[in-house]
Design a protein around this ligand. Structure first.
Ligand code: URA
Length: 208
């Protein structure tokens, strides 16, 4: 799984330990999802291209660099909405391409129900966001969808991942890098990540 990037940082570890705690309240949970996503996005965008620009400072002209990529953030509804604010803080002119999947609780597989992409999506670098990379089913379908729409540069950002899901994903999409804060032990019989943090959507939106 050469394309998985586990982003290790003391601040991320610390915040993740509070995020996992079942006693953490929804308000604090949302704040932590936002903060961890913010820290991770820094790494997930490290290789974005730059172009040279000249900027006039109050003192002289400086040779500087600006981003040479148009970004499209693709939150997988609904839990990833908790990660969206942090992305906008760092990349305020990103477009958003919503991807609606929901888990069929009988098959544990993702079912597609909605998408809304910007018109120029083919020219954009897509960063798919989802707090949990569990069975890999949603991730595979989301990347399939974007590839079918002609998107070429795709990356995936997930807070917590399961090895089974990553393995399955890389059999289909070896070209797509996954950035994650940790790879947990595995999945339980309900498709939940163990130890994980429970249902991220429910904890973000207080719908438990
Ligand atoms: N989705 C979640 O929110 N949590 C899991 O553990 C797995 C999928």
């Amino acid at each position: 799984m050469h394309n998985v990037h586990v982003i290790k940082h003391p601040l991320i570890e610390h915040k993740l330990s509070i995020l996992r705690d079942e006693k953490t309240e929804p308000f604090h949970f949302r704040l932590l999802v936002d903060e961890i996503s913010y820290l991770m996005l820094f790494e997930a965008t490290r290789d974005l291209p730059l172009r040279k620009v000249s900027v006039k400072t109050p003192v002289a002209v400086a040779e500087a660099q600006k981003l040479d990529a148009k970004i499209m953030i693709c939150p997988i509804l609904r839990a990833a909405l908790g990660m969206l604010d942090s992305v906008f803080k760092l990349i305020p002119d990103a477009s958003v391409g919503f991807l609606g999947f929901q888990r069929n609780e009988a098959t544990l597989e993702a079912e597609f129900y909605y998408a809304k992409l910007p018109a120029d999506h083919k020219e954009r670098t897509a960063i798919i966001i989802d707090p949990m990379f569990a069975t890999g089913g949603t991730a595979i379908d989301a990347v399939n969808f974007l590839k079918q729409k002609g998107v070429e540069d795709i990356r995936f950002l997930a807070l917590v991942s399961a090895p089974e899901g990553l393995k399955r994903f890389y059999e289909v999409h070896p070209d797509v890098p996954v950035y994650t804060a940790c790879i947990d032990e595995g999945l339980n019989e309900n498709g939940y990540i163990v130890p994980g943090l429970g249902d991220a959507g429910d904890r973000v939106f207080n719908t438990q």
